[in-house]
Design a binder for this molecule. Structure first.
Ligand code: SAM
Ligand code: SF4
Length: 431
């Protein structure tokens, strides 16, 4: 049987799409390979959100060029945000690639497969693979909205993934039912802007409606969703989170900057005060909420004072997790056209380190408060001889035990904490 290997970098959306492609290849009798070198078909799911990611993609593409010279039958497929509308130009740059298809453009993949004699059918793509590559996991990522309409000035995503297109709710519910039938207990609904789900569908169902529908699936234990745009979060969605037991108390709410002038230049569509009010409402209605955010440092023109505003917002908000990135100019974006990338790399790095240091201290303090508590953990797999899983608040928990805990919903007594994870002992199985 032919073997495939999928290489993925980037966001959860890429991971979700790679799971879909894996499910697809499994269903047409491909087997997984353990590396590029023993694969007959390679899929590169790429990210170009920052130059660092793009460099890794280009490095991997050149490695594959060598491999293709040695094994001319190797088939190389490329998807993700590297693929732009001018695929002719990419084909010229990478003649060793057999197919370039835009993120989520499965008709293109199917047409190619059929030309190769692979019996691919559209309906198969409705079902993600549920085992996350390694061992069967009880968690699945479900893409529910493709693309982004926002055009934040620094971001390449809308140019590569196009405008927002939501999947019909009925199709998503069917997919989740099917996955739950195969043992999945937790789903994460993903989109670049997941909280604007449904505005393009007939009748305009929204994310709160979808959460309500999915909550009705009996054997499904947990629902998450990411990533949210602060300007699109509705009170109805917050109320749905607060009232639906299966929806986890965890929210990804990228703020990007703590300064109004920078937020305006980023074209984010909210002010710091509006963000603060939103977080206050969320915390009032869902007191156990665990909040993650993203911050960009070194945006063009960011003064020391403006950066300090981001730093003090991080201190004030007490986020559970902060993903911090140094601004990376992306050709074609508004910021790339209109502003000079004038913050030196060392200053960006210094600012990034300052936020990371502060956040490490905050996360350490937040997690320390969990010591001695009993928390619900869904066990996802094993790493370095230990079981691991996540709490409803998305905290990573490790424990050691000789039993088989995979896929079990358990209660764990937290005995050790660090800024990044927790450690504990199993108390009981919930299901
Ligand atoms: N849609 C989400 C939002 O509104 O925040 C985020 C999606 S974006 C692909 C993921 C993260 O990458 C962003 O939150 C941002 O912090 C970061 N990012 C995007 N473009 C960037 C750039 N040009 N330089 C540095 N970081 C960037
Ligand atoms: Fe990029 Fe902004 Fe869209 Fe997020 S909301 S994907 S940062 S353009």
């Amino acid at each position: 049987m032919p073997r495939y290997f999928i290489w993925t970098i980037g966001c959860q959306m890429n991971k979700a799409e790679s799971q879909q492609i894996a499910g697809y290849l499994d269903s047409v009798d491909y087997q997984t390979a353990t590396s590029f070198s023993n694969a007959d078909l390679v899929v590169l799911n790429t990210c170009v959100v920052r130059q660092g990611a793009e460099n890794k993609v280009l490095g991997t593409l050149s490695l594959l060029k060598g491999l293709k010279n040695e094994h001319p039958n190797l088939q190389i497929l490329v998807t993700g945000c590297l693929v732009n509308s001018d695929s002719q130009e990419l084909k010229k740059r990478f003649p060793h690639v057999d197919l370039l298809f835009k993120p989520g453009d499965y008709p293109e993949l199917i047409a190619w497969g059929q030309k190769q004699g692979i019996p691919m059918e559209q309906r198969l793509l409705r079902h993600s693979r549920n085992d996350g590559w390694m061992a069967p996991s009880p968690c699945a990522l479900i893409p529910i909205i493709q693309g982004c309409d926002n055009f934040c000035s620094y971001c390449i995503v809308p140019y590569r993934r196009g405008r927002e297109v939501s999947r019909p709710a009925g199709e998503i519910v069917c997919e989740v039912e099917e996955l739950v039938g195969r043992g999945i207990k937790e789903v994460t609904l993903v989109g670049q802007n997941v909280d604007s789900y449904g505005h393009d569908l007939p009748g305009h169902p929204d994310l709160a409606d979808l959460l309500n529908e999915l909550s009705g699936i009996d054997a499904l234990a947990r629902i998450r969703f990411l990533t949210n745009h602060p300007k699109d979060i509705s009170l109805k969605l917050i109320d749905a989170m607060a009232s639906l037991n299966k929806v986890c108390e965890h929210l990804e709410l990228p703020v990007q900057a703590g300064d109004d002038d920078i937020l305006r230049a980023m074209r984010r569509g909210y002010t710091v005060e509006r963000y603060r009010e939103l977080v206050n409402v969320i915390r009032r209605k869902i007191p156990q909420i665990s909040l993650n955010t993203d911050i960009i440092v070194g945006f063009p023109g960011e003064t020391e004072e403006q950066f300090e505003h981001s730093l003090s917002l991080v201190q004030e908000m007490m986020f559970d997790v902060v993903h911090v990135a140094a601004y990376s100019p992306r050709p074609g974006t508004i910021a790339w056209r209109e502003y000079q990338d004038d913050i030196p790399a060392e200053v960006k790095k210094e600012r990034l380190n300052k936020i990371e240091e502060l956040q490490t201290a905050i996360a350490s303090e937040i997690n320390l408060q969990l010591q001695g508590k009993e928390m619900e953990v869904l066990v996802e797999g094993r790493k370095k001889g230990k079981w691991f899983g996540r709490t409803r608040s998305n905290k990573l928990v490790f424990f050691e035990d000789a039993g088989d805990w995979l896929g079990q919903l358990t209660r764990i007594q937290i005995e050790r904490t660090s800024p990044w994870s927790l450690g504990g002992e199993v108390k009981k199985i919930i299901n």
